[in-house]
Design a protein around this ligand. Sequence first.
Ligand SMILES: [Ca+2]
Ligand SMILES: [Ca+2]
Length: 270
Amino acid sequence: MRHRIRLIAAVSLLACAGASHAVFVNGGFEQNNLTGWTVGGGSNPGLTGTPPFTGASVQITPGAPGPASVVGAGADPRAPGITLPRVGQYTAKINDENTGARLTTLAQTDTVTAADVDPADGLPHLRFSFAPVLDDPAHSPDEQPYFYVVVRNVADNSVLFEQFAYSGQPGVTFQPGTGSWKYLPFQNVDAVLPASAVGQQISLTVIGADCSLSGHAGYVYVDGFGSAPVGGGGGTPVARVPVPALGNIGMLLMALLLAGSGMLAWRRGA
Ligand SMILES: [Ca+2]
Ligand SMILES: [Ca+2]
């Protein structure tokens, strides 16, 4: 009887593993479209409060979704150090170089499964790569173009991981682009979730925002969302830096990121 129970348990685990898939749907945008993702947004009325900004500083005036697209091979005339696509054949571009105080959100909610567990450490991972390209008109910080990404535990809406930067933000090593544009080369994020995350839902939201005064633009490239390491391409090497997670709850995120630049000065969640 005991053996039978064990056998049933083993079969159930296998069934779960077989039915599971790695986060997220079309996470690498290799369908050459935004299938699986929800594009939203509106206009940017400016951030609330004073730096350091977080997700709580973000304001969105409801309106038509902001621009979003999928791009293939090519150069970005405003960011000469960015190589496209980041991985595979396509990379998503959230918002664009046109002005008008537009704000774009890209979102997807998915369940972490056994397929997201990295055999190397036995823990589920969420990995991706991003590269913001932001005009820097030197407005006040709350009026600048900005980039924001957040991962939340759906069960209690707690923040597992977030990163924010406005154009020209002190401590963030922006590279000079064309004219007054600034950018960051692709940065890889490797967020390590606790084993208890398997079976839980997480939501991911990326925001790219023009300046709130309507005369300057900003956008962000993202690619490689999933649990597998982001493959070779234009990204910087990953250095995993565990940090104690923010939230309450079960899904404590130890996290992430990386390397190279002054990115470590970025705020990681509240
Ligand atoms: Ca891709
Ligand atoms: Ca725009």
